[in-house]
Every structure is written in structure tokens, then in C-alpha cells.
Design a protein around this ligand. Structure first.
Ligand code: GDP
Ligand code: MN
Length: 358
């Protein structure tokens, strides 16, 4: 489950991590809390790159505040209109740094990534420092020294130790799979604050979080992010087949971004929603679809595939293997829409590899 910035910041704040003060604002609803100008108005959409898309605006007066709220609430960013905006205390920024925690499944540890330059231009930058943090880590001194080195701030070890310790503990206790702070801001007064936060939580852990009542977010334990930087997305039905599909993708040397079991009752809407979710991964180059239909009907999946092709701009190439109930009808539908279907999963993976390598 991907959180909006203000939801992530609420979790971080509750864990003692320093975040700017903010007020949550909903379009066309009265604002009950006082706004202390200047503020930064930020669109709460579940995608990055809001700054470049015009979704982050500094506002100095009440008049331009209302105007900015109206403008941003109508500004679609990568296909998303915000239901919520925040008005956040404006920061006096000295430096913008990059910091993220993810799970490294290969080494069963938490991966810390850091870079001295953070902010809106990190995409495409290379040379980020990557370090492992062990599960159960309690001493954060060495990690803080490493961070201070990455940021060229030898005097900030203590401050960075406080941040990384709280972030790590928050990551563990929240069952997070991703926590990206970009930028981690060093202010002109020397204090650090998380100016932006992107968090993903492990849906499979929802049972131990009665506190997870995020708005309008279906709890979908059948969709798991495996690698937010993965290059292959998967759609399969049945947990066993979905796992086997992920394993097969990885065995071919590609990086599966997600696990998805669309379930026995997969229908056009649920499959279309899966495509939309996959589109949130920036690095996905191909989508492998592996459906063995029993209760699920191939023709309904085919209809969703066709709808996705029509409705989602930039949909990556699809490699599709279908079998089972209403297979023939699905073949007719896909043929009419000029979407190829392959005989086996092996064929899909071979084609996917060619595409990923190209
Ligand atoms: P993103 O573009 O979706 O990652 O949104 P961010 O929240 O990271 O904001 C983008 C950029 O806006 C940041 O990198 C900062 O340069 C700038 N920004 C965000 N908040 C503030 C703030 O409080 N003060 C100032 N001066 N700049 C800010
Ligand atoms: Mn950001």
C-alpha cells in the first residue's frame, strides 16, 4: 500500500522523526486551522515528480493561497487529481539530501541509500551510496558516520544518528517496504527535517495494524511490491501461480517489480485497477500476464487488457499467456484488438527478455 505524503509524514512524526508542520486541506471544504504564511502548498497525489509538474507552490498571502488551492486541486499529475492538499511550513533550505530505506530480499537486510544531492533532480543520477542495515540493529553510530560521510557533513554524526535510528525503528514497526526521504533538508539553522516522504507498507502485515485506516485505499493483500525499481510487472491468478510467475521472471535474470494474485473472481475492474497500480512503478518495461482460468474467465481478463490498452497511455508491452475457461472467446477478443497472445509462459519470458534488453 502506497501512502500519500501527508500519511507518511504522520507516521514519521508519530515515531519522533522531524517533519515540517502541515495542515491538511480538502478542496471545497472549510479550513479550520490557522495558516501561518509563508507556506508550501503540495498536491497529495500518489506519484513523485510533483514539483516538476507544478504541484508544489510557495504561497505568501491568504489571497494567493486560495487561488493556489483551487488551481492545484484541478491540476492532474500523471493521471491523478488530488483529493487532499497540504499547506506546509516553508523551510529555509541550506541543502537537499537523499535518503531511502528499502528491503533487500537477497541479503535479508534493510538497504540504506544516500546521496549528497537530493531534490527534484535525483532521477537519472548515479553513484548513490548503498549500505546494509541488519534486522534487529540497535546501534546506529556506524550508520550515522557513513551517512555523514555521504553528505560531506562530518560534524553532523549525532544529528544523523538520531534521524536514522528513528527512521529505522519507524520502518520496522510500520512494516514498511519503502521509506524514501527526498529531500532530507538541512535547514539554514543546521536542523534536519524530512521535507518529502514516500512510504509503502506491506499489505500482508495489515492484520497487525488496526491503525491502518487510510482513506480510499482498498487493503489489497494480493498485491505486493517486491522491487520498486523492478523492470517486469506480473499479473497472475492464484497465489501459487503468481509466485511461480515471479520466480520464473527472476530466474531469467529480470527484476520482478511486484507479486499480484488477481484472485479467483478477477473481473474487468480488478484487472484494470492492477494495471493502473503497475503504472506507478517508474522502471517497468514489460508486463507479463499469466492466467490459468477456472472461476476467472479468460474473456473477462481479455476485456480488461483491451480496456487498459485503450485507457492507459504509455502502457508497456504486454506478454500474455491465458488458459482455461472461455479461452477461445478471449482469443477472439484479443485478435480483434490486435493484441498478441502467446502459447506458454516460456514464450512470454523470452519475448520479455528481448524487450528488456532492447
Ligand atoms: P516531489 O517533486 O513530488 O518530490 O515533491 P517535494 O515535496 O520533494 O518538493 C519538490 C521540491 O520543492 C523540493 O525538492 C524542494 O526544492 C521544494 N520544496 C518543497 N518544500 C519546500 C519548502 O518548504 N521550502 C522550500 N524553499 N522549498 C521546498
Ligand atoms: Mn520529493
Amino acid at each position: 500500500m502506497k501512502l500519500l505524503e501527508y500519511e507518511a509524514k504522520t507516521i514519521l512524526r508519530d515515531s519522533g522523526v522531524s517533519v515540517p508542520e502541515f495542515v491538511v486541506v480538502k478542496p471545497n471544504e472549510p479550513i479550520l486551522e490557522p495558516i501561518n504564511f509563508p507556506v508550501v502548498v503540495k498536491s497529495q497525489v500518489p506519484v513523485g515528480g510533483r514539483g516538476k509538474a507544478g504541484g508544489v507552490k510557495v504561497v505568501e498571502t491568504q489571497e494567493s493561497f486560495l487561488e493556489t488551492l483551487e488551481r492545484l486541486s484541478l491540476l492532474e499529475i500523471k493521471g491523478h487529481l488530488p483529493q487532499v492538499l497540504i499547506a506546509e511550513q516553508k523551510l529555509d533550505i541550506a541543502h537537499e539530501r537523499y535518503l531511502s530505506l528499502t528491503i533487500d530480499r537477497e541479503s535479508s537486510s534493510i538497504q540504506l541509500m544516500a546521496n549528497a544531492d537530493g531534490g527534484v533532480d535525483v532521477e537519472g543520477q548515479t553513484g548513490f551510496g548503498i549500505w546494509s542495515m541488519e534486522y534487529g540493529q540497535t546501534d546506529f553510530r556506524l550508520t550515522a558516520e557513513v551517512l555523514a560521510g555521504a553528505y560531506h557533513e562530518p560534524d553532523d554524526v549525532a544529528a544523523l544518528q538520531d534521524i536514522i535510528e528513528k527512521l529505522y525503528n519507524c520502518f520496522i514497526s510500520s512494516d514498511a517496504t519503502l521509506c524514501e526521504i527526498n529531500p532530507l533538508v538541512k535547514m539554514t539553522d543546521g536542523q534536519y527535517v524530512c521535507a518529502d516522504a514516500k512510504m509503502e507498507l506491506d499489505d500482508a502485515a495489515a492484520f497487525r495494524h488496526p491503525d491502518w485506516n487510510f482513506e480510499d485505499r482498498p487493503k489489497d493483500s494480493n498485491f505486493v511490491t517486491l522491487d520498486p525499481g523492478g523492470n517486469v510487472a506480473t499479473i497472475a491468478n492464484g497465489a501459487g501461480l503468481a509466485m511461480a510467475t515471479v520466480d520464473a521472471v527472476a530466474a531469467c535474470g529480470m527484476k520482478p517489480a511486484n507479486f499480484l494474485d488477481v484472485g479467483g473472481g478477477a473481473n474487468k475492474n480488478s484487472v484494470l485497477a492492477a494495471f493502473q497500480r503497475i503504472m506507478e512503478y517508474p522502471s517497468v518495461r514489460v508486463i507479463v500476464i499469466n492466467i490459468f482460468a477456472g472461476i476467472t474467465r479468460c474473456d473477462e481478463v481479455a476485456a480488461a487488457i483491451i480496456a487498459a490498452r485503450q485507457e492507459i497511455a504509455d502502457l508497456p508491452p504486454l506478454f500474455i499467456r491465458l488458459a482455461g475457461t472461455n479461452y477461445a472467446a478471449a482469443v477472439d477478443l484479443l485478435k480483434a484488438a490486435d493484441i498478441p497472445i502467446l502459447a506458454t509462459l516460456e514464450d512470454c519470458l523470452e519475448a520479455a527478455q528481448r524487450e528488456v534488453r532492447s
